[in-house]
Ligand binder design. Structure first.
Ligand SMILES: [Fe+2]
Ligand SMILES: [Fe+2]
Length: 240
């Protein structure tokens, strides 16, 4: 092992996740963290990955001494592995764009904010099309215990998101547009969008993931290729 390996073989199991978090929390893009564990770290890595919104990928191997060696990457450094991975990443990308619109608007930089808003709407349309036109139509869902069909709920929320986005885009075009006229609209959509993404990732994505997992390999590959082609036009790099 090189001296760059972080040795957690003597760390108590109850402290492993925290120790690992501090090891990788400032890991720059394009780099990896190399960590040694006494036991299988899969559960710890999965738990930390949940905490970090699926931002990690890793490769595991065993050492000659019987320890476990994890090479950990940031998720952005490796291509998306499937449709759901691509959509989760796109949620983060859209969130980062929307945060930038809020900050620019709050600082009164409305020309720059308007430009990012246009890119955000274009990206949002591609994202919703994958969920709505591709996955929503390919995979049927059934109402949950509360009688709510998650696909129908998603479609309804997409309509609301596009309505609110159109209102904000129009507000930027008003001759007397200023921070006080646009910021409240942004705050409402920020909350709605965040809840929508959380609901999707918790309720709909597991259903889609299961259905896709049971599909033949050729169908899975076709779906992935079509989804990536639909997302591709909206994928210019956006600083995080
Ligand atoms: Fe959605
Ligand atoms: Fe989504």
């Amino acid at each position: 092992m090189s001296e760059d390996v972080c040795d957690l073989t003597n760390t108590a199991a109850s402290h492993l996740q925290t120790a690992l978090f501090y090891e990788i929390k400032d890991m720059p893009r394009g780099t990896t963290a190399s960590v040694l564990f006494a036991g299988d770290p899969t559960m710890v890595l999965r738990s930390l990955n949940l905490q970090l919104r699926n931002n990690l990928r890793w490769d595991l191997s065993r050492t000659m001494a019987g320890n476990w060696h994890a090479v950990i990457h940031r998720a952005e450094d490796v291509p998306p592995g499937d449709v759901l991975d691509a959509l989760r990443r796109d949620h983060k990308r859209l969130d980062a764009m929307f945060s930038s619109i809020i900050h620019l608007t709050d600082r009164g930089q409305l020309v720059e904010a308007r430009s990012v808003m246009q890119a955000f709407v274009a990206g949002l349309q591609c994202h919703l099309a994958v969920e709505h036109d591709l996955l929503g139509r390919a995979i049927r869902t059934v109402p949950n215990a509360s009688g709510v069909d998650p696909t129908a709920a998603m479609v309804s929320e997409h309509g609301e998101i596009m309505t609110q986005s159109a209102m904000i885009a129009a507000a930027f075009e008003e001759p007397d547009a200023d921070t006080s006229s646009i910021s409240p609209l942004l705050a409402i959509l920020a909350g709605y969008l965040s809840k929508h993404e959380q609901r999707e990732e918790l309720s709909l994505f597991p259903i889609w993931s299961s259905a896709i997992g049971h599909a033949p390999e050729v169908a899975r590959a076709d779906l992935f290729a079509r989804a990536m082609a639909m997302l591709e036009p909206a994928q210019p790099p956006f600083p995080d």
